[in-house]
Design a protein around this ligand. Structure first.
Ligand SMILES: NC(=O)c1ccc[n+]([C@@H]2O[C@H](COP(=O)([O-])OP(=O)(O)OC[C@H]3O[C@@H](n4cnc5c(N)ncnc54)[C@H](OP(=O)(O)O)[C@@H]3O)[C@@H](O)[C@H]2O)c1
Length: 300
């Protein structure tokens, strides 16, 4: 294949994306299409180093995005009973991809998780958020524990950009992976403020981060925190005025899940400094999720 250019001497971008069948990977592909960025989905499996090397040799990308990994179905509790599969994809597999990209001098934008922290004495609800350099303190679930381990190892790779995603939300409220779609269906919900990631606003930012060749760890959430009840109040106001819900506490929640879940606020000031237009979580929820889905009386 001849080398692509942007019309000047700089080589054109070409993204290689892992996670074709996944939520975030699928959205990234659509975004590349709408932005007319050449991209391909990787066909290799993360745990198979040779298959990844073959993808890179054949496709010759300028940037690689990793939105592949096991997240568990129906939820992360799956990882508690599938520990080897979890390690294979999320630890060994992610390290394979980072290592191969490093050998080729290619930036890897890695969709990671911020569910590796929980509120503690120094980081209380409504207080100081966790920063990029803080040491993960949540090991309650196997999923989170191994994600923290791999993040620690990835720190050593100068070609890796780690994006700590949390409780992702998109404007597609019909998608069962969407945090809002999940909580509106639960019988009971806890009510705890958390950092969250509005994908409609932040996935385009991940593409811009690739263009800027940014690396290192990034809290990849909208600034601030929002509680379950605040989201459900917005849902009632914008979508369904008849919606009602019930709360329960963490102790009661522990009876219906296998592994504890992380609750935290991440400090998003590093991302905000790089992208000053970044909206706070509540502003972003309204602009990207609730306003576009607003039900007017005439449409009900
Ligand atoms: N959704 C969330 O709540 C959330 C929150 C924070 C962070 N994240 C992180 O963001 C990333 C993407 O999440 P998502 O919600 O888009 O996940 P998803 O919908 O579960 O999709 C996962 C994707 O990974 C692929 N995959 C799984 N194992 C693989 C392997 N060994 N080799 C190659 N591909 C593999 C799957 O393909 P197959 O179907 O072919 O296996 C699928 O395309 C994950 O790393 C996740 O940990 C997600």
């Amino acid at each position: 294949m001849g080398s692509l250019t942007n019309g000047d001497s700089t080589p054109a971008m070409k993204f290689l994306i892992y996670g074709k069948t996944g939520w975030i990977g699928g959205l990234l592909g659509k975004l590349c299409e709408s932005q007319k960025i050449p991209y391909v989905f990787g066909s290799g499996r993360l745990e198979n180093r040779l298959s990844l090397e073959a993808d890179l040799a054949e496709l010759n990308p300028t940037h690689v995005f990793n939105a592949a990994g096991v997240t568990g179905r129906p939820n992360v509790d799956w990882c508690e009973t599938h520990k080897i599969e979890t390690i294979r994809a999320n630890v060994a597999g992610t390290l394979n991809l980072a290592d191969i990209c490093n050998e080729k001098g290619i930036l890897l934008i890695n969709f990671a998780t911020g569910c590796i922290f929980e509120y503690d004495e120094e980081h209380q609800m409504g207080g100081v958020g966790f920063k990029e350099e803080d040491t993960p303190n949540f090991t309650g679930s196997f999923y989170s524990k191994t994600k923290a381990m791999v993040e620690e190892l990835l720190k050593n790779y100068p070609n890796v950009c780690t994006l700590r995603v949390r409780m992702p939300i998109s404007s597609d409220l019909s998608n069962p992976r969407n945090f809002i779609a999940k909580i509106v269906k639960y019988d009971k919900v806890v009510d705890i403020p958390n950092s969250m990631t509005i994908l409609d606003e932040l996935l385009p930012i991940s593409i811009e981060m690739a263009k800027r060749n940014l690396s290192g760890i990034w809290n990849f959430t909208n600034p601030g925190a929002v509680s379950h009840n605040e989201i459900l109040e917005m849902y009632r106001e914008y979508i369904d005025p008849s919606y009602t819900w019930k709360n329960f506490n963490l102790e009661e929640q522990s009876m219906v899940i296998v592994a504890p879940r992380s609750n935290n606020e991440l400090d998003a000031s590093k991302l905000k400094n790089e992208f000053p237009e970044l909206l706070s979580i509540k502003e972003s929820l309204i602009k990207y999720v609730f306003e576009p889905n607003k039900k007017t009386t005439s449409s009900v």
